[in-house]
Design a binder for this molecule. Sequence first.
Ligand code: LLP
Length: 392
Amino acid sequence: MFDRSRINAFAKQETPFYYYDIALLEQTLTSALEAADTLGFHVHYALKANFNNRLLERIRDLGFGADCVSGNEVRRAVETRFDPGKIVFAGVGKSDKEITYALNEDIFAFNVESIQELQVIDGLAAGLGKIARVALRINPNVDAHTHQYITTGLDENKFGIAQWDLPEAVETLRKCRHIELVGIHFHVGSQITDLNVFKSLCVKVNELNNWFDERGFRLRILNVGGGLGVDYHEPDAYPIPDFRAYFSVFGEFLERKPGQEVHFELGRALVSQCGSLVSRVLYVKNGIKKNFLIIDAGMTELMRPALYQAYHRIENLTAAAADNDNTDEPPLHYDVVGPICESTDCFGKEVPLPKTQRGDLIAIRTAGAYGEVMASRYNLREEIRYVYSDES
Ligand code: LLP
């Protein structure tokens, strides 16, 4: 991903920063769209993965919808001029203010996560003289086989309406004069690499689709959420996820009724590989049992390793660009840590790297999703900076 001239250009930049490869972003987006189009599927981009303006503009230009989980994400989507008719708003805890804002923007639909939320949206829509379009988010109790912190579709998770509450939800819907039920919505988790999970989801969606049909609800939309995983171990070998294989699971196993649309909400799969966190080595500390590389990026810039024990590939860019070919030398092993006053501020333990020195540039790969957006100002850190491939 990084050729010598790029690394030389980085050497002049203040670190840390997020680097976004815009060409790879475009290839990824196009590949996803082509695969979805073949089956007539619609894709909403999950803004939560990354709401950097440059990325959003490209995503909007290519015609994606927007999946938002807060009033401010809806606002960002509207301000970026995503088509309001393609904006959906999910989340277990939408405030009255957020709902009112989204109603006034005439977004396409609310993904509703509880019976009480249905009543609140109905009341607010009535006050504004509007009809709110909603999709019921149903907890399908499908195991995503991913990290427990990013599993969302099991009975023990807080998300969605439980299946045993559906008869009551339907009764409530019949009483809500300002709500139009447009579909059902699911999201079982994130970083899912076993496509069988999506097959199990399809089986559940079919069952529930029939259940609603039998009760006289003609659903227009089946929204199956996002969750497709990416390759954190070999980002250069697999820079673009296999969208064709992913969508074809739904093409094969989802039983659409006449006129029904299938919607997706992909985040990570679209933006992960185009982003890297670039940092400099501040200090090399050789202990008896450990060698530490202390770099100028911390958990404040990329929280995933500290929060989910997530693996990200770590590379020494300076060594990769150096003229002297020392590839025969065996790698050393370093714990790569940040400057934050927390022991969990660690990007990787025993990471094999060439001999590394103060000032070397380090890339932490596959950081385009849930990286910049989860940055914090803890320790009063600087605001995160970014560099785009077509501007540096
Ligand atoms: N739709 C809903 C309702 C969601 O909750 C999510 C992600 C998505 C779509 C997009 O999922 P994706 O395609 O990106 O997997 N911060 C965590 C991931 C949290 C995912 C939250 N929901 C991480 O860094 O791994």
